[in-house]
Structures are given as structure tokens and as C-alpha cells.
Design a protein around this ligand. Structure first.
Ligand code: XIL
Length: 397
């Protein structure tokens, strides 16, 4: 009995020493994981931690901290706007590559992987395209050909530079749309029919055999949210399964992860279960646009800490739920936040009635918020047996 207890203690000591040996030490100073960037800490799990990058903020000489943090804290980047069709081809037939090229260069200089965003979406389309379709001067056949050309041109230009492409974004309706039963919504489904989805993946694959091709959407964090007959996650799951059965080269499903503290949201196990169901289809997954906004009530705006504190804590907790669920699934390859500072977040611009904000990891003065610390803690304290290195995903032919 005594001997056995001693053996157990010794085994723990040996294991601990072995683990300590694997921890890098810097010239005599003890290793301090909290001093590492999120990107570096993600590497232990093979998980890339990314951010959306606002190219105007990046170029602002008065805002050097934005550049520093975008470069140092993250191992993956997504262009917040400059790779969208309206930015790339503002005038028909003439592409303005400069901002997107600058973005790709930034990623290369900082050794960051790139999520390409976005090839097919109903928003931020050039005016010439939408008005041409509206006035009938662009026919259905021509529209399909324009889409093929756009995908081919953009994917070819950045071939070899893009890790994951968001090929199709937000194709599925929400229960509050009309009709309320889930359907393929928006410009592309309306004018080309849902077949454009399979086409888009095939055209993207033809232009870059090495990028992982993703379908990306919001409100798909978990199954069983609301009426089971009207479950958006289930709809996307069925769609992905059908595309795979048809041999369409889809490699992953991206869950945007735009949450709000005023909603019920999900627990870690519900989110992990959803990721597992997608990966059981053979797909990679990713959180692609995480932010957790809050209502800016009069109290919040007046600086009332009793109103601010619970919101900051709830935001941190929701960032953490998505990250832990991602860590728990080896096929969840990246966790990207949609902007890292409240100084540059789309939330106040987009959700202004009633006003919302406080959605990111850093406040407007670039002070890390509780959400930042919780994300960091999750990356530090996770490990085997429940959190394992990422699986390898190869593009499907
Ligand atoms: C948003 C950008 O953050 C804003 O700057 C822009 O005005 C509108 O688009 N889902 C997406 C992203 O896939 O492209 C959107 O980005 C946010 C919602």
C-alpha cells in the first residue's frame, strides 16, 4: 500500500518534470504564458487565432496600436471589407486590387494565414451588378457567367496565399424572414436558383486546388435552437451533407459566431456537439467572425458599473464558450474575431437602433478586457486528453 502510494507520487513528479521540460524558458526567466500572444498560445493546439482587419485603421498613422496588435496578437487574418466584390470591382471590368494586395502583404510580412472573405454574398455587391440585374440589362445567363468569372479571377489572383476561402456566405434565411420557413435567400438564390452554391464551390476549386473551401453563416452555433422544423443549423447541415453526396468540393463550414449578451445563447456542450456533427461529415469547422455585443443602455452610456460589469462578464463568457467548443474538436481549425477593439468594430455602426457595442476583446483604448483574458486562459489551461492537436484537412477534389 505504502509502496504503491509512493510510486504514484513519483509518477506524477516525473510526468510534471517532463511537462515542464517541454515548456520554453527564456534566458533564466521562468516561462510566463500570460505574456504570450493569443496566436502563439493557439499553436500548442495547432489552432489559429485570427482577426478581421480593417484596412483603413491599419493605414492610419495616428493609430499605431491597431497595427501592432493586428500584427502581433493573431496568427490568422481576414479582410473585413477589401476582398468583397464591391471593393474589388467597383466599375465593371476594372479591378482595383491595391487594398486587397496590401492586406495579403500584411499577412505575409507577419507570417499569418489568410481566410479569404468572401466570394459569393448578397451584400456589398457592386452597384453596376445589382442595377444591371434590376433593370434587365444583365440576363440570368450573363449573371451566372459574371459570377464564374469573378470567382475565377479572384481565386486565381491569390492562389497559394489563401488557407480558407469563404466561398458562399449567408445563403440561408432566418425564421424572421418571409416566408418564415427556412429557404435559400437573397440576390443569388433569387436570380440563379440554389444551384449557384455547388457551382461556386466547383469554380473556386478549379482556380485553387489547395485552398480549403468553406460555407459560412451566422446563427448556426448549435442545433435545436427554436422550432426543430425551422432549425437553421440543421438546414445548413443537410445542405452540406447533400453537397458532399453530390461530390461538390466543400471542405468546411464556418460558424460566424456573432452573439449578443441579451440573448440566451448556448453552453459549451451544445456548441461542441454541433461542431462534432459537422466534422463527422468529414468537414473542417471554424469560428470565423466572433464578437459578443451588448445593448448600450442609458446606464451603460452614463458609465454605470452595475450595468457595464454584467455585460462585460457575459461577453467574456460567450467568447469562451465558442473557444472551448472549438478547442474540444480537432477539426475546428481556427477561431477568428470580427475586429479586436471596440475602437474599430462594425457593431455600433450596424446595430444602432437600439444602440449596441462593447463587442470585442479590447476596449477603445486598446486595454484588454475580461473577454481577452478568458480567451487567453482557455488557450493556456486546455490540453490532453480532451483538447488535442488539430487534425489535418486536405482540400477535397
Ligand atoms: C461587415 C463589416 O464588418 C462592415 O464593416 C461592413 O460595413 C458590413 O459588413 N457577416 C459577414 C461580414 O460575413 O462580411 C460582415 O462584415 C459582418 C456580418
Amino acid at each position: 500500500m505504502k509502496l504503491r502510494r509512493w510510486t504514484a507520487v513519483a509518477a506524477v513528479a516525473v510526468a510534471t518534470a517532463a511537462m515542464l521540460n517541454t515548456v520554453p524558458a527564456t534566458a533564466g526567466r521562468p516561462y510566463d504564458p500570460t505574456a504570450q500572444s493569443l496566436g502563439t498560445l493557439g499553436q500548442r493546439h495547432g489552432l489559429h487565432i485570427g482577426t478581421a482587419v480593417d484596412m483603413d485603421a491599419l493605414a492610419d498613422p495616428a493609430d499605431p496600436r491597431y497595427r501592432e496588435l493586428a500584427a502581433s496578437e493573431f496568427s490568422s487574418v481576414t479582410a473585413e471589407n477589401v476582398m468583397k466584390w464591391e471593393s474589388l470591382e467597383p466599375t465593371r471590368g476594372s479591378y482595383d486590387w491595391a487594398p486587397a494586395d496590401a492586406f495579403i502583404d500584411f499577412a505575409r510580412r507577419n507570417d499569418q494565414r489568410v481566410r479569404g472573405h468572401v466570394l459569393v454574398w448578397h451584400n456589398q455587391l457592386p452597384g453596376w451588378l445589382t442595377s444591371g440585374v434590376a433593370d434587365g440589362s444583365i440576363s440570368r445567363e450573363e449573371l451566372r457567367e459574371l459570377l464564374r468569372k469573378h470567382i475565377t479571377t479572384v481565386v486565381s489572383r491569390y492562389r497559394g496565399r489563401i488557407w480558407q476561402w469563404d466561398v458562399v456566405n449567408e445563403a440561408v434565411s432566418d425564421p424572421w424572414d418571409t416566408p418564415s420557413t427556412l429557404h435559400y435567400k437573397g440576390f443569388w438564390a433569387q436570380h440563379l436558383g440554389p444551384g449557384y452554391i455547388a457551382d461556386a464551390f466547383r469554380w473556386a476549386r478549379a482556380a485553387d486546388p489547395k485552398a480549403l473551401l468553406f460555407y459560412n453563416d451566422y446563427n448556426i452555433e448549435a442545433f435545436g435552437s427554436g422550432d426543430p422544423a425551422n432549425d437553421k443549423t440543421q438546414f445548413v447541415y443537410d445542405m452540406a451533407k447533400r453537397l458532399l453526396a453530390e461530390g461538390v468540393p466543400i471542405d468546411g463550414v464556418g460558424s460566424q459566431g456573432h452573439l449578443g449578451t441579451q440573448y440566451g445563447n448556448f453552453d459549451t456542450f451544445q456548441v461542441a456537439a454541433a461542431l462534432k456533427r459537422f466534422s463527422a461529415l468529414g468537414l473542417a469547422t471554424a469560428f470565423t467572425e466572433v464578437d459578443v455585443r451588448s445593448r448600450l443602455t442609458e446606464g451603460v452610456l452614463a458609465g454605470d458599473s452595475e450595468e457595464i460589469n454584467p455585460r462585460l462578464q457575459a461577453s467574456a463568457s460567450n467568447f469562451s464558450v465558442l473557444l472551448k467548443a472549438c478547442l474540444a474538436d480537432r477539426h475546428c481549425l481556427s477561431y477568428t474575431v470580427w475586429g479586436f477593439s471596440d475602437r474599430h468594430s462594425w457593431v455600433p455602426d450596424w446595430f444602432d437602433d437600439p444602440p449596441e457595442g462593447l463587442a470585442t476583446l479590447y476596449d477603445e483604448q486598446y486595454r484588454p478586457k475580461r473577454a481577452y483574458q478568458e480567451v487567453k486562459a482557455d488557450l493556456i489551461f486546455a490540453g490532453p486528453p480532451y483538447v488535442l492537436p488539430r487534425a489535418t484537412h486536405r482540400p477535397r477534389r
